[in-house]
Every structure is written in structure tokens, then in C-alpha cells.
Design a protein around this ligand. Sequence first.
Ligand code: Q9C
Ligand code: ZN
Length: 344
Amino acid sequence: MRIFNNPDQSGHNPRDEFYRGQRVPCFENPTRADHVLQALAAAGAAVEAPTHDSAAALAQVHAPRYLAFLQDAWRQWLALDAANANLQPFPSVWPVRTLRSDVEPGNFIARLGLYSMDNGTPLAAGTWAAAKGGADAAASAAHALLAGERAAFCATRPPGHHAGPDFMGGYCFLNNAAVAAQALRLGGAQRVAVLDVDYHHGNGTQAIFYDRADVLFVSLHGDPLTEYPFYLGHADETGAGEGAGFNLNLPLPAGTGAAAWLDALEVACQCVAAHRADALVVSLGLDTFGGDPIGGFGLQQGEFARLGARLRRLGLPTAFVLEGGYASAELGHNACHVLEGFEA
Ligand code: Q9C
Ligand code: ZN
């Protein structure tokens, strides 16, 4: 298995986020990647820097004006006031129903709201470089599969699956899984499946591929009636237009344990198998772990190994992309259990 890191991940290091009325240290922080890389090193795995530029795939999964904004956003924030270097910008107003999202406001905070789905995704000086490095890792994983590799893993942060065509959210800026899927398509794969096992529904990935039949999206996740991202991920979302029938959501109540989760995984895998895809992208969120501070499932190490083993049985070239998982100290071991289950 080829393993790609993101050399620029640590530059995305915002200090804190809003949580239950307070500012708390960011759950999604550089130590997550440190722990994953430490566990990979302890397992004897060789880790490579990205080999491919994601620009072509990025331009097909994200809107040009969103990419332009994200790339320049920190400079625009500093342009307001040099003292902003020590502060984090947060959106405070959003173009919800009846408001216009086709006009880009001249006010920075209003632009930030236009391009955000929440106030829980702080920017930092190195956000663009870190997000781009992760997208490059995802494109590199896709190219490894196109070159005949059985599997690849992207040990990257920030995560990507909440980032939609033209917005950031849920700690995500560029949709790495969508980049991997699109890079596979650009490289000649006819059909791709994306399986998202993060605790949170991958609303961004679903939105990007919702009207497409060439990329199947399947997700098992905490029921959005009570869990983030709330406004997408319900079972009646099955795709639109040419994509009708190519989106499957399997919401599970918070508190779901291993047995019911594995049953849903089996349904998801049978849907993936029926797509007869040329390649699989796995949005590998590990916030399903019982010890996760923000997830509500109870998976343990054994289930992560079984996840890897079940995915191997699909028999597809497989690109794993790290998503969530906030029990940092255990994150590396949990990721390694998935990969070891896959390779066993
Ligand atoms: N600031 C991923 O796992 N809610 N994202 C956080 C409020 C958002 C999780 C609490 C959780 C997003 C990739
Ligand atoms: Zn998550």
C-alpha cells in the first residue's frame, strides 16, 4: 500500500473553535496527523510526499470563485487590519433562504459567510497550503491506483468531506475524497464508488456527485436529525437527474454499537459491489471510535480491523482518505487497524 502524507498540514493550526457557547481548543489540530504518522512509522510503513498536482481535479469538483477566495482569504483578512494575524476570522451572516448567493459581497466577513456552511471551520495563515497539500495527496493516491497499485492511504488533515462545491464547513476546505474520485475519472476509470464511514455525513461529497451516475456515493453516519451536519444525509436522498439511484445514505442513531454498524456496513458494501466500479475511495473518518470526544458511535479496534477486511473483499483498487477522528492519541492505532485489516 502506498502512503502519502501532507507536508503542509501543520500550517493549518487555528487556535480555537466555538463549542457549546465557549471557545475551546480546536478538536481538528496538527497533533492528529502527528499521531497517525507516528503509528505508521511504528508499523514500519514508508510514507511519501504527494507526487501529483490536484489542480485539474480540484477545478472540476469546486467552483472557481470558491477556490480563488480560499487561496486568498488569509491575505484578505490581514488586509483589514495587520493585528488580525493573531485573530481568527469567523463568518457571522449567511445567504440562507430568500437571500442571494450569486453576488459576491465586498465585505470580507460577508464573503466568508457566502463560502461557509457553519462558524465551526476556522481559517489560519497556512490553511490554503494545508488544504492544497491534502488534495495533492488525494490526487497522488488516485494516480497510484491508476498505475496498478492495490491500495493507497492519505495521512492528511484538514479533512475534506463536508466541503461542498463552493463552501467550507465541518473543519473541511477542499474535498479530498472528491478530488481522488475525480482524478480517477480523469485518469480513465469509468465508474468510481465513494464509501464514507466518518461519524458525520459527507454532505460535501454527496453534493458534488449528486447528479452524476459515474460516481456512486454511499455513507453510513450518525442520523442527521440529531447529528452534524443536520441538513443533509437523510435516507430519502437518493440522487437526482442522471445521478438518480447513485446516492445511498444509511443514517444510524447516536449510540449505535458495533453489531448494528457492521450490519449497515454490509448493506453499504453490497451497494458498492453492485455499482461495478473500477475503483473505490474510502472517506475514512475514525470519529466512530468509542473514545471520540464528538462522535456518538462505540466502535473499538476490532471493528476497525473488520472494516479493513470487509473493504478488501470488495476486490477494488482502494484509496483511503483520512477524514475525522478526534481521539488523537488513539487515532493512529485506529487507522493502522483499518489498514492492517485490509492487508491481512
Ligand atoms: N463547533 C469531521 O469529522 N461540529 N468534521 C463541531 C461545533 C462539527 C466534524 C462542534 C463537526 C464536524 C470531518
Ligand atoms: Zn466526522
